[in-house]
Write a protein that binds this ligand. Structure first.
Ligand code: GAL
Length: 683
């Protein structure tokens, strides 16, 4: 793995020279430099420019564009343009096109319309990337590569003939025999038993759109492996040509194990951050996070790669001609979102894009500059950010986000839960509730992805782990969790935990299966709560406070030892007064089993129980996010105001605010959308 290769936080921008008359390029680059940018990212959609006809390559346009960028002092990140196959290619080789599950083929005219498994597409990709890597491997201006663009964006499902064939091969390698396959897919149910490999396909249209759920889980794993292998094909070519240029890709989309992608293929990870989506996604839950929700996405990115790049940072309102109708970022919001990325671990930020396109679907996806190319308030705001980063970037660069708690997630449950409505939606709700509880209480929290490479050392980086609904949980995972608690950790789990094996088939055990000893409970009775029913409550023993507890309830039985305490009981239904939340002492640590789905109120109350330390010495209202990055015995406390009103803070000790370079203490007012970064000693 190579690092980003800097010693300070750097800024840059996405630029598409092929969209603009050549006479604009120099002036554009010079203005980028004036703005303090170091990087320019280009070429990720330009296959036809590089290869106008099959086998005929042309580098003139990008040679000039790259040379000029280099002369102007900008470092170039080159995209491999495989996200947009040329018209000549899809016309001549229609088998490279992706299909919908019902067999309808996607056609030329948008992007990402190819499939990862077409041998023809892989062959043409290989030839193109070999030529590109060879041509630019020694260019002093080209510092790194972005493979493709946003793998699995637009669609993360693939049903072309090549995909069905590759899936069959993947299944054969995984299960070795039809007997194993039939067992793993529970094929005896509804007579789905396979007697020849040729009968095996990715899930195809079924009555009621209800394919075999175990097959549907394997499908997602296969989609992920396909994307990773396509990225690997390209990364290997680039690395063979150039030992010095780094390789990454951008985005974080579904059906893709990004952790495995980074571990196996990339030097570091890049994310595309568009917090303005948060302002248009309806959120009817209490206290919506809106643009602050992106802090959860960024926390997930950080779990993939602690210090990452943002290759597309929102720099204006987003909109396609026919979808995505975003408001303009209010004055100060772009700056806030930039610091939001940095607070969560970004060490390089590229804005999307230099100038709004005057062509195509994205004429309303605004860049820093407008069509008219004259000064505007967004350029001015970027200038402010850039001046500030110039002053504080070196201190913050490569510092690590600090959290003593993590919300645990895993791909198996995520993908199984897409189809299984008896746990999938609960995970989403509980994770969001917990994240909000941490946010509104100003306790930094990480995301931790559990997988086969997870070890006790990784778990022990945290005091508290919250694994809301691990429906799929095998013996090995439960042993690791036991070690974590035994050695002093706190584990919190919710209902629907531990009842399935890794194929998605329920164990013939009492729930929560292998977690039962660790949590000290078994589930004696359970029910879904229909939305038409009154919501039951739980009542906390210590305070008698009542909180709603809808969605799903599990009545808990204690495993009759002295180590368990009932913290809350159900109210208002036929299992009135039965245990709902049980604390269990195990080794040096504790577990909390809640027989329900977490909402903000329950998560907040449980958080109080945990007594996590305040690491900041700052009292702040809920509208403020607090994040901490540390380096070299210094702590950098980010204070982000998401509100359009000024907010009051109390600093309990003197601290240097880095952006203004002032010592502050006591009562401080922070303006709408403003950001402070306090520097203090680690201990
Ligand atoms: C990203 C993509 C960009 C641009 C942007 C705005 O998903 O990588 O190419 O399309 O969104 O829609």
């Amino acid at each position: 793995m190579k690092a980003i290769g800097e010693n300070s936080v750097k800024l840059g921008v996405c630029y598409y020279p092929e969209h603009w008359p050549e006479k604009l390029w120099k002036n554009d680059y010079e203005r980028m430099k004036e703005l303090g940018f170091s990087y320019v990212r280009m070429a990720e959609f330009a296959w036809t420019i590089f290869e106008p006809e099959e086998g005929k390559f042309s580098f003139e346009l990008f040679d000039e564009a790259i040379d000029l960028a280099h002369e102007c002092g900008l470092k170039v990140i080159l995209g491999t343009p495989t996200a947009t196959p040329p018209a000549w290619l899809t016309h001549k080789y229609p088998e490279v096109l992706n299909k919908r599950q019902d067999g309808v083929q996607f056609q030329h005219g948008m992007r990402r319309h190819y499939n990862y498994n077409s041998s023809k597409y892989r062959e043409l990709t290989t030839k193109l990337v070999e030529r590109l890597a060879e041509h630019y491997k020694d260019h002093p201006g080209v510092v790194g590569w972005q493979i493709d663009n946003e793998l699995n964006c637009e669609t993360n499902e693939f049903y072309s003939t090549s995909d069905h064939n590759a899936f069959r091969q993947w299944i054969k390698e995984k299960y070795k025999s039809l007997e194993n396959l039939n067992n793993a897919w529970g094929a005896v149910f509804w007579n789905q038993t396979y007697t020849k490999w040729e009968q095996v396909f990715l899930p195809r249209p079924t009555i009621a759109n209800s394919p075999n759920p175990h097959q549907a889980l394997d499908e997602k794993k296969f989609f992920s492996d396909s994307a990773i292998s396509f990225a690997e094909l390209q990364a290997n070519i680039i690395r063979a040509a150039s030992p010095t240029q780094w390789v990454t890709t951008n985005g974080m989309f579904g059906h893709l194990d990004n952790h495995k992608l980074v571990e196996n293929v990339l030097d570091f990870y890049a994310y595309d951050s568009y917090p303005n989506f948060g302002t248009i996604i309806p959120d009817d839950t209490s206290k919506p996070l809106r643009d602050r929700k992106w802090s959860w996405n960024l926390s997930k990115v950080r779990s993939i790669c602690s210090n990452f790049a943002v290759f597309e940072q929102q720099s204006g309102p987003g909109g396609w001609v026919n979808r995505v109708e975003q408001p303009s970022p209010k004055p100060g919001q772009m700056r806030l979102w930039t610091y939001q990325s940095i607070a969560h671990g970004a060490d390089m930020i590229l804005y999307f894009r230099w100038r709004t396109s005057t062509k195509g679907s994205e004429i309303y996806w605004h860049g820093i500059n407008d069509y008219h190319n004259q000064p505007n308030r967004r350029v001015k705001e970027v200038q402010t950010i850039s001046d500030e980063i110039g002053r504080v970037g070196e201190k913050i660069f490569d510092s690590k986000y600090e959290a003593s708690a993590a919300i645990v997630h895993d791909y198996n449950n995520e993908w199984d839960g897409e189809m299984d409505t008896w746990h999938g939606p609960y995970t989403k709700k509980s994770e969001e509730s917990w994240f909000k509880a941490f946010q509104y209480n100003h306790i930094p929290v990480d995301s931790l992805h559990f997988n086969d490479r997870t070890d006790i050392k990784h778990l022990k980086e945290y005091k508290v782990l919250i694994y809301p609904h691990p429906a799929i949980l095998n013996k090995e995972y439960s042993v690791l969790l036991e070690q974590f608690v035994e050695q002093g950790g706190t584990l919190i789990v919710g209902c629907r935990s531990g009842y399935k094996d890794t194929t998605g088939q329920p164990y013939m055990m009492k729930t929560p299966g292998y977690l039962s000893e660790l949590t000290g409970v078994t589930v004696e009775d359970f029910t879904r709560i229909a939305s038409t029913q009154p919501e039951p409550h739980i009542s906390w023993n210590a305070t008698s406070e009542m909180n709603k507890a809808g969605d799903f309830n599990e009545v808990l039985a204690l495993n009759n030892s002295e180590s368990q305490i009932i913290l809350a009981r159900f109210e208002g239904t036929y299992y009135d007064k039965q245990p709902a939340l049980v604390k269990n002492a195990f080794g040096e640590g504790n577990t909390y089993y809640f027989g329900g789905v977490f909402n903000l109120e329950i998560a907040t109350n449980l958080l109080k129980e945990l007594n996590l330390d305040d690491e900041t010495n700052i009292v702040a209202p809920e509208n403020i996010e607090v994040a901490i990055r540390t380096k070299n015995e210094k702590k950098y406390i980010f204070i982000l105001n998401y509100s359009d009103e000024s907010q009051k803070l109390i600093l309990k000790k003197n601290m240097r605010e880095l952006i203004s370079d002032e010592i502050q203490s006591g009562y401080i007012e922070i303006d709408p959308f403003d950001v402070f970064i306090y520097e203090t000693e680690l201990n």
